[in-house]
Design a protein around this ligand. Sequence first.
Ligand SMILES: [Zn+2]
Length: 91
Amino acid sequence: MTPGIGPSIGNPHPGFGLRVRFDSKALDLVSADYSCPCGRAEDAVGHAEVQALVVRYGRHRRDDCPIPAIRAAGAREYAALQHSLSKRRSK
Ligand SMILES: [Zn+2]
């Protein structure tokens, strides 16, 4: 469905990370995909699916990724996210 995400073995400049796209003509239409250096990749279309994908991406990086550096970065990002959320809530 989304071309260009396949395995990136042999590609020194793969586009790792999370991408979310909004279609400006159809505000209801949102799609996202991510790819991780460990080879995991997913895509999703639709608000609920995209939200679930973002959560899965965060959890994969924090908990599931076999690459320690990714888990360390994921834990930092997750902590920062929790921090900003709790700060917003306590206002
Ligand atoms: Zn990974």
